[in-house]
Structures are given as structure tokens and as C-alpha cells.
Design a binder for this molecule. Structure first.
Ligand code: ZN
Length: 354
């Protein structure tokens, strides 16, 4: 009798613990994957290598970029603490998405860590978004949500998902579920439940460093295959209004107004937006057009040519292979040895003397 009582108590304790640990599961049989306990001594500063054996839906490992799937769009909802955000707008940033609801205790337990990421990495390019995914009717009222968000002192953007459209698009079935998206909007990490905080911090750092590596790499001479993706908002911060218009909106500067049409100094011309080396003064020639003109790029890989049928003309647009910025057009009336004329905008280039 006494043994049974002990067993019963033990059973209850274990059951309560399990429920507590896994969080609220929508389906009893949902595949809730616990963030396994990691050694306390884990270094948070080390970048985490991608797991080559990972699948696009893997949990708790860094999914390699080439296997990662694009994150579904965020369904429209009401935004708190922020203007309306879209993943398109957030390209160039690492996005941390938590599916949560303000009255879920497991979700609330994750908040100190998430607020920590927000405080530590917001300025470095991380955007934390709480997707308010109601389990109960009472969790759908905007007033109640607002009160919950204020009471919990959540300062990062929160968007309501009352119809669970974003929840369904991401295939979520438990609170809380976390996704971390890279700067290109791909899902690179998924975690269900509490925990794995040090791992998540390392994933955030790794993904933040990915773009930086491309920007600061020593391979400015040759496009290495890693594209640089930034939101318009970020490009605007990096470029003057004229540069933004030409590079990011395919504008054309007026002839004879740019700073390089008459530049005869020896040196190289780099992409103004991402500093990839594009042209050498050795291939520059007097075209008389009022735009800096070259008969070939420094490396064919560094520029990409795109058919352009705008303004009723058939032309070939030239863009930077690494950042996709508009540079100018290429025509077949240039001098030998190529017979090509790369007609560039000065605003798209940055000259550096050799
Ligand atoms: Zn570029």
C-alpha cells in the first residue's frame, strides 16, 4: 500500500515535470523536440558550424544555407511595438521568431533570454519578433494582448496571429517554438520548448557574422558566390540619395555630371555599394558619352548581365554580381579587343588610385 502511494506520487511528479518541460503541446502526439541540456561551460562566443546532415526542418542544429528553406511570409496581424514588418523588409537582418502567447508559462520562461538577445544584438542586425499565437479565445483580445505585452515588459515587435495563419505556414504545433532566419530570409534553426539558449545565441552570432564575412572578406577581387542582401532601409543608410537611386532603383545619372567620366588616373573602380572590384583604369576609354566607359570588367564573374527591355529599348543591364546593384549597361559598339562598351554610372563606382 505504501509502495503504491510512493509510486503514485512519483508518477504525478514525473508527469507534471514532463508537462512543465515540454510546454503546451497542441497535439498530444506532436513531435516536440526538447532542447537538450548543454554543458554550462559552453562558450557563447564561438560560431557554430552548420550541420551537414541536417534537413530543412531539423531542430537544434544550424541548418546549412544550401539546405535551408525560405521562411514563409508573416500573415497580416496587428503589430505592437513596431510598424508593420515583412520578411522582405527585413532582408539583410537576422530574424528571431518566437511563436508564443503571453499567458503560456513556458513562453514566459524564455523571455529573459530573448530580451537578452534583443538587447545584445539589436544594433548588430538582429530583429526579434514575437508571433502572438493564441491557444484560448481570451488570448485573442487586442486589449488583453497589449496588457500582457506591457506587463511582461516586452519591447521588441509582437504581431498577432489570431487566425493562426503564420503558425500553420511554419508548421508549428507547440508553444513556444523558435525559428532563426538568416539575412536572406531562410530558416536556419528551429527549436521547440524552453532551453537551448546558449546554442541560440551562437546561432544568432554565426548568422550575423555571415554577411559581415562577405562584406569584409579579402576576396573583393573576385565574386566568391556569397551574395550580399540588404533591405532598402539599410542601403539608404549606407548610400547617398543619388547613389541609392542609381544603384538600388536602376537610375541613370545625367551625362557629364558624374565624377569619373573624365578621370584619367590609374587605379581600380569598385562597386560603390559592396566594394567588389569591377573595372581597371587600363580598360577605360574615351567614349564621349559623358559616362565612364570600359571595354571589359576586371573579372567576368564580378558583373552580371541582364536583358533590359525598359523604355522601349532592348539593352543589356550590368549589375554587381555580389550585391545586385545597378551599374549601367553594356553595348557592342566599343573598341577592340572586345568591341564592348561598358557604360557605367559614376555614382555606382568608387575609384581607388593604384
Ligand atoms: Zn556590389
Amino acid at each position: 500500500m505504501k509502495n503504491r502511494l510512493i509510486l503514485g506520487v512519483l508518477f504525478i511528479v514525473v508527469t507534471v515535470s514532463v508537462v512543465f518541460i515540454i510546454g503546451r503541446s497542441r497535439q498530444a502526439a506532436s513531435a516536440v523536440n526538447l532542447g537538450e541540456a548543454r554543458p554550462a561551460a559552453e562558450e557563447a562566443t564561438n560560431l557554430v558550424p552548420a550541420d551537414a546532415s541536417a534537413t530543412p526542418d531539423s531542430t537544434d542544429v544550424l541548418i546549412p544555407a544550401e539546405k535551408a528553406r525560405m521562411a514563409p511570409a508573416l500573415a497580416s496581424g496587428t503589430w505592437l511595438n513596431s510598424e508593420t514588418l515583412t520578411l522582405e523588409k527585413l532582408r539583410g537582418r537576422v530574424v528571431y521568431l518566437e511563436f508564443w502567447t503571453f499567458s503560456c508559462s513556458n513562453c514566459i520562461n524564455t523571455l529573459p533570454a530573448i530580451k537578452g538577445y534583443d538587447a545584445k544584438f539589436r544594433e548588430k542586425g538582429l530583429v526579434v519578433i514575437g508571433v502572438q499565437s493564441p491557444e484560448f479565445e481570451s488570448e485573442k483580445s487586442l486589449e488583453t494582448i497589449k496588457r500582457g505585452v506591457a506587463r511582461l515588459d516586452v519591447k521588441y515587435p509582437v504581431v498577432t496571429d489570431n487566425e493562426m495563419k503564420t503558425w500553420d505556414a511554419y508548421g508549428v504545433n507547440a508553444w513556444p517554438t523558435i525559428f532563426i532566419l538568416d539575412k536572406q530570409g531562410r530558416i536556419r534553426y528551429k527549436h521547440v520548448g524552453e532551453g537551448a539558449y546558449a546554442m541560440q545565441e551562437r546561432v544568432i552570432q554565426t548568422l550575423l557574422a555571415e554577411g559581415d564575412k562577405a562584406m569584409s572578406s579579402t576576396t573583393n577581387d573576385e565574386f566568391g558566390g556569397t551574395k550580399i542582401v540588404r533591405s532598402d532601409e539599410e542601403w539608404r543608410k549606407l548610400l547617398t540619395p543619388e547613389q541609392f537611386h542609381v544603384l538600388r532603383e536602376k537610375g541613370t545619372e545625367r551625362a557629364f555630371t558624374g565624377e569619373y567620366a573624365d578621370n584619367h588616373e590609374a587605379g581600380d573602380y569598385y562597386c560603390r555599394a559592396c566594394h567588389l572590384k569591377l573595372f581597371s583604369s587600363k580598360t577605360k576609354f574615351e567614349s564621349g558619352t559623358g559616362w565612364p566607359s570600359f571595354y571589359e570588367p576586371i573579372n567576368k564573374k564580378n558583373v552580371t548581365e541582364i536583358a533590359d527591355r525598359s523604355y522601349g529599348m532592348v539593352r543589356t543591364e550590368v549589375v554587381c554580381s555580389r550585391c545586385g546593384s545597378h551599374l549601367g549597361h553594356v553595348f557592342d559598339d566599343g573598341p577592340q579587343p572586345t568591341g564592348l562598351r561598358y557604360c557605367m554610372n559614376s555614382a555606382s563606382l568608387k575609384f581607388e588610385k593604384s
